[in-house]
Ligand binder design. Sequence first.
Ligand code: AMP
Length: 284
Amino acid sequence: MSTLTVTNSIIAQQELSRRLARRGKTIAIVPTMGALHEGHLSLIRYGLKKADVVVTTIFVNPTQFAPQEDLNRYPRDPQGDLKKIKQAGGQVVFMPSPKEMYPEAFETYVSVENLTRTLEGAARPTHFRGVTTIVAKLFNMVRPDIALFGMKDYQQAMVLKRMTTDLNWPIEFVIRPTIREKDGLALSSRNRFLSPDLRRQAPALYRSLKAARQMVRDGQTDASAVEAEMRRIIGQGAPVAVIDYIAFTEMESLKPVTVIGKDTVASLAARFGTVRLIDNLKIA
Ligand code: AMP
């Protein structure tokens, strides 16, 4: 398939996926909310190495936004997205409508109970229920062999991995590294809302994560000492930032650690004006 096929209805996508499977083609899914950047494209490119056809889904999912959050101002650029996907070599784009995804009578949700209570889940209590529900629906529509997600959204990846295992989808679950700007800022669709001044301050987040990793490499194991240094670096480089949390967790279980050991991830969320940024790094 060298041309880009766009499906707009659930039935069209289901039929296409069935046809591909009958022809023996393997399918990789890259779920996105659009406004695509190099982070998304890296997932598509990796998907192309692992499967015959990559289906990129674009859907700004209303159920993962709380009423006061930024659903209506979430960036949308469908034409730009299609161009980028085509350039990256993606073959199929599934862009369903909110009406079809959530008809009026809709009332079934999927939720992962415990992994969603901390970090982003604590800050955004209804967020992950929306994420797991939409990804479950997309899995049923696209029927992928492989699903690709970014480490950028660390907790999301772990929650979705748990869901995929618990609900027995025969899907290979792949988590890929975070793609960053040259100055270290993790690519995000929301970065475009940073004023030039905030944009200059934002890389302090990654600097603090790298410093944390270095401290651990140098022998520090006390999470509170590492956190204090991270707060110092962010306070100095990004005085405008309001830190929601800095956390140290065991990679898969998301259990908090006070003594940094194997498989510890440092993660953080901070508000820069109205823009909320998250980032994380495996520090041990
Ligand atoms: P989103 O469109 O923000 O919902 O993200 C769609 C997918 O792209 C998710 O699996 C994200 O984790 C992933 N993603 C977002 N930003 C990046 C990034 N900077 N590097 C790698 N993957 C990313």
